[in-house]
Design a protein. Structure first.
Length: 305
């Protein structure tokens, strides 16, 4: 465990960026814990990090031999749960830093997205085995095969209908699975759109990003889809979250920006001060700002103007 003092560079009245202590840590996913702190993954550093709204960073190394930590979410048990793609594991870390890891029964599944479901379990996607899985807080794992081969399920979220909604990156679909395991899939109009991030919107619909289609999509719980083209070419949107202002906020990995879209489809983009920051995960903090992970070894904060 490493505890570091506050270190940051303020570039404008909107952005603040906090450098991580160790070089080449590769921050990737980020979420807010129930205690109001921000927790993030260090994909290259094989650590879980914690940052307060004042910028104090604490890091916890994964168990020996574990690698490939990617996405993280707050669990129903006050702990944080995360995926380890290379190690084929689901991890759990308490707010005091105690880590437990659970190995998936299917080899080389590559778990990726993870979210706490309405049933009290953690639901996750398995990229390589093309499955949706769930793990209870006691460690019991169940997996469900997707109907479409080579779907490559990516990020997963909870819809307003209580079901789990997820993106299928390679099959160009949005999937839905009930807590009892019933699966429905919806094809995205844009061919080869490459959906990745998805979140529940303030309007009751699901909003998702198309990293290859360069669009933001919206799907109702009945399956009706609308798409909005981004103004910046090759923006490569990656993750998306609902902001406290009732808009959707997303990272643009390719254009080095944070984007905002209203439920009416109006889009605005904000350039990140650090060049080639490669922003990935994004979440709303307890301070009403947007917090995001930059692969260049920083955690960013954007004030909503």
């Amino acid at each position: 465990m490493n505890i570091m003092p506050q270190t940051h560079t303020e570039h404008s009245n909107l952005f603040t960026e906090y450098s991580l202590p160790a070089p080449d840590s590769g921050p990737y996913g980020i979420t807010m814990a129930r205690d109001g702190t921000l927790w993030f993954t260090e994909n290259k550093g094989n650590r879980i990090g914690r940052i307060t709204t004042s910028g104090e960073i604490t890091e916890y190394p994964l168990l020996a031999g574990s690698t490939g930590v990617l996405l993280i979410t707050a669990g129903p048990d006050e702990a944080l749960w995360f995926t380890m793609s290379q190690s084929n594991k689901i991890g759990r870390i308490t707010t005091s830093g105690d880590i437990t890891e659970y190995l998936l029964s299917t080899p080389n599944s590559s778990p990726y997205g993870i979210i706490a479901g309405s049933d009290g379990a953690l639901w996750f996607t398995a990229l390589a085995s093309h499955r949706i899985g769930k793990i209870t807080t006691s460690g019991d794992i169940t997996e469900y095969d997707l109907p479409t081969p080579n779907a490559f399920p990516s990020i997963i979220t909870v819809g307003g209908d209580g079901a789990l909604w997820f993106t299928e990156h390679q099959s160009n679909k949005i999937g839905r699975i009930t807590t009892s395991g019933e699966i429905t899939e919806y094809s995205i109009p844009t061919v080869g759109s490459g959906p990745v991030g998805v979140t529940s919107g303030p309007d009751g619909a699901l909003w998702f990003v198309e990293i290859l289609g360069n669009k933001i999509g919206r799907i109702t719980t009945e399956g009706a889809i609308i798409e909005y083209k981004l103004p910046t070419p090759n923006a490569r949107p990656h993750a998306i979250t609902t902001g406290p202002d009732g808009a959707l906020w997303f990272t643009e990995w390719g254009s080095n920006k944070i984007g905002r879209i209203t439920i009416a489809g109006e889009i605005r983009e904000y350039s990140i001060p650090t060049p080639n920051a490669e922003p990935h995960g994004i979440t709303t903090g307890p301070d009403g700002a947007l917090w995001f992970a930059e692969e260049v070894n920083k955690i960013g904060r954007l004030i909503i103007a």
